[in-house]
Design a protein around this ligand. Structure first.
Ligand code: HEM
Ligand SMILES: *[C@@H]1O[C@H](CO)[C@@H](O)[C@H](O)[C@H]1NC(C)=O
Ligand SMILES: *[C@@H]1O[C@H](CO)[C@@H](O)[C@H](O)[C@H]1NC(C)=O
Ligand SMILES: *[C@@H]1O[C@H](CO)[C@@H](O)[C@H](O)[C@H]1NC(C)=O
Ligand SMILES: *[C@@H]1O[C@H](CO)[C@@H](O)[C@H](O)[C@H]1NC(C)=O
Length: 557
């Protein structure tokens, strides 16, 4: 008996000491940010285990305040969760926090951090960013890609139509494909045949950049541990695959170096390769190309997916938006970007809920708290978007909240930062918005959508996936509804019909004959159509075939 109680006592004592060791009470020391209770070695990691990081962090911030410290393994981290502190840090301390923490992804896939996203703050990053804002992603360049955006949207609309009205489709896949094609054509001047492999591999790289889930993120200095997780090996494999594809494309690329307005992004970068000011190496060029895909594809497609998901869940807003769109585009065959300007004033679900981590370059003081050198910064825009002090009914989707409001998407008010803010703010914002708006407008203009299997709109699953980019956990499967056969009553009126140059591909012909009725312009009769061929190997029409489309009508139920 005694022995047992001694053992029992020993065990109790042991447990007591373990507890004493483990639970270092978080007495709020002077000059130290509030934080939850921590465990040695792993710090606060256990608070985040089993949560989706931005939700876990937001929950902690509710308890410990908008300026909170988290020790994530070795990494001392501050989390900012209110507009006020986001503003303070992204303005007053912006340059102090303009660095990025080291990541395996940046090191391996970002060609030793020589891309823009992962580049440390410094002259190289500044120069690259200048090229980016002045030449790659400025509004003029973005505008020059308008035609290709239009073409790709139109072919997606036709692909959906070809699948038929009333059949469920994987809209997630459809959207990803569309954005990947737009980015490929903008980057390389044409679609690439390895597109699927390429974008999937880029996505794998991003998925390995969660920033919370790996030994290498939590113990960056313990290099021997990094081999254990297999992440290094995985990223190296990914890098080899991407490098080969980009190499192939570059070596086959014949630049259109003559006119700068028609240059694709690769042309611009290759031009800088030969320039004196910032001579880029081949690896630098490849690193930036990687960024265009890594930062430019999933971000946009995720925004579209969430926007449609929210609209499905909120049929009133969906109806209003569709009515507005159909009114604005009335009488036109295809949507032009001018038609939809200021029309889509929806809430963007920030695809990067914690932005990209930053790091401070020197010790600093925020609100009297001492922040050590190399502290990591997470700007919790997910939490900021749900700050009840700034937002009425923050969990609800209310696009009207942006009407007549000074809050704009470019982060000038800090309540709403889908693109981040300060020096490291997304340089691709106008490109990203253009890539979101036109596809979204097309999908909503040409189709009505419902959930498959008679599922009610409020049953749509809205869970997000763990990762740097907050993707939908489940694929967005929806049923497009459209009127197959033209009923002659016309969207818009015949007074102002569109004149159309017909596409030449046979399957496009079939689609055209199926969906539309045709007549010649200016009330010419059929027999007036000239039938002159041109000399050549294939017998082509000499004059372009201009026809008038009798517009058709979409179901509006
Ligand atoms: C709707 C689409 C997009 C969203 C919501 C978005 C959002 C963001 C965010 C939140 C950041 C991090 C900002 C920070 O650390 O404070 C970022 C960085 C970046 N984005 Fe975007 N982005 C989008 C589209 C694009 C596109 C289309 C491109 C280029 C093709 C692009 C290129 C970049 C680059 C290069 C960076 C790194 C900037 C730096 O570290 O200096 N983004 N983006
Ligand atoms: C590059 O061009 C060659 C010849 O035009 C072609 O055979 C090859 O498939 C192309 N490679 C890629 C990756 O497009
Ligand atoms: C902060 O850390 C950086 C990077 O290690 C170092 O270059 C810099 O000198 C440090 N600053 C101070 C004030 O210690
Ligand atoms: C719809 O129901 C069918 C049969 O019950 C099922 O096979 C299919 O997976 C369901 N589709 C979706 C998208 O839930
Ligand atoms: C139709 O008539 C107008 C005015 O007469 C003319 O400008 C236009 O080129 C004609 N369209 C075609 C396709 O012949």
């Amino acid at each position: 008996m005694e022995a047992i109680s001694v053992i029992g006592f020993a065990i109790a004592l042991f447990i007591f000491f373990i507890f004493k060791l483990l639970i270092t009470p978080s007495k709020p020391k002077k000059n130290q940010l509030p934080e939850p209770w921590r465990i040695p070695i792993i710090g606060h990691m256990h608070h985040l285990i089993g949560t989706i990081p931005h939700r876990g962090v937001t929950e902690l911030a509710r308890k410990y305040g908008p300026l909170m410290h988290l020790q994530l393994g070795e990494v001392s981290t501050i989390v900012v969760s209110s507009p006020r502190w986001a503003k303070e840090i992204l303005t007053t301390h912006d340059i102090t926090f303009a660095d990025r923490p080291e990541t395996l992804t940046g090191e391996i896939v970002g060609y030793h951090n020589t891309d823009i996203v992962f580049a440390p703050y410094g002259e190289y990053w500044r120069q690259l960013r200048k090229i980016c804002t002045l030449e790659l992603l400025n509004t003029k360049k973005v505008k020059s890609f308008q035609t290709l955006r239009n073409e790709e949207c139109w072919s997606t609309v036709n692909e959906i139509k070809a699948l038929g009205s009333g059949k469920p489709i994987d809209l997630s896949k459809c959207i990803s494909k569309l954005i990947a094609r737009i980015i490929s054509r903008a980057t390389f001047g044409k679609g690439i045949k390895e597109e699927r492999v390429f974008t999937e591999t880029v996505r794998e790289a991003i998925e390995l950049t969660g920033g919370f889930d790996d030994i290498a993120d939590i113990f960056p200095s313990k290099k021997f541990l990094h081999h254990l997780s297999g992440k290094r090996a995985k990223l190296t494999k990914i890098q080899k695959k991407l490098d080969k594809v980009i190499d192939n494309i570059i070596s086959n690329h014949s630049g259109s170096r003559s006119s700068s307005s028609r240059e694709c992004l690769l042309d611009v970068l290759l031009r800088h390769k030969d320039e004196a000011e910032l001579p880029l190496t081949s690896d630098n060029v490849k690193a930036v190309i990687f960024d265009m895909f890594a930062a430019g594809t999933d971000t946009s497609s995720v925004v579209i997916e969430w926007a449609i998901s929210e609209l499905i869940r909120c049929p009133r807003v969906m109806k209003e938006l569709q009515a507005k769109l159909r009114e604005a585009v009335k009488g036109k065959e295809r949507i032009e970007e001018e038609d939809i300007q200021d029309l889509i004033n929806y809430e963007v679900t920030p695809p990067l809920p914690l932005l990209m981590p930053r790091e401070c370059r020197e010790p600093c003081e925020i609100n009297g708290y001492n922040i050590a050198n190399k502290t990591k910064l997470l700007v919790n825009v997910f939490g900021i978007n749900r700050d009840p002090e700034y937002w009425k009914d923050p969990e609800s989707f209310i696009p009207e909240r942006f009407e007549n409001s000074p809050i704009n998407i470019m982060g000038s008010e800090y309540e709403y930062l889908p693109f981040g803010g300060g020096r490291r703010m997304c340089p691709g914002a106008s490109m990203g918005l253009a890539n979101v708006e036109l596809p979204l407008a097309n999908l909503l203009y040409y189709f009505d959508w419902k959930l498959p299997n008679g599922t009610s709109h409020d049953e749509l699953d809205m869970t997000e996936l763990f990762g740097a980019v907050a993707q939908r956990k489940t694929k967005l499967v929806l049923v497009p509804m459209f009127q197959d056969i033209m009923d002659g009553s016309g969207l818009g009126s015949n007074k102002n019909p569109a004149t159309w140059e017909l596409p030449s591909r046979i399957d496009n012909w079939l689609i055209c004959c199926y969906y539309f009725d045709w007549k010649l312009p200016n009330d010419s009769k059929g027999e007036d159509l000239d039938m002159v061929e041109v000399f050549g190997a294939s017998v082509q029409r000499k004059n372009e075939l201009h026809m008038v489309l009798e517009p058709y009508r979409f179901s509006q139920n």
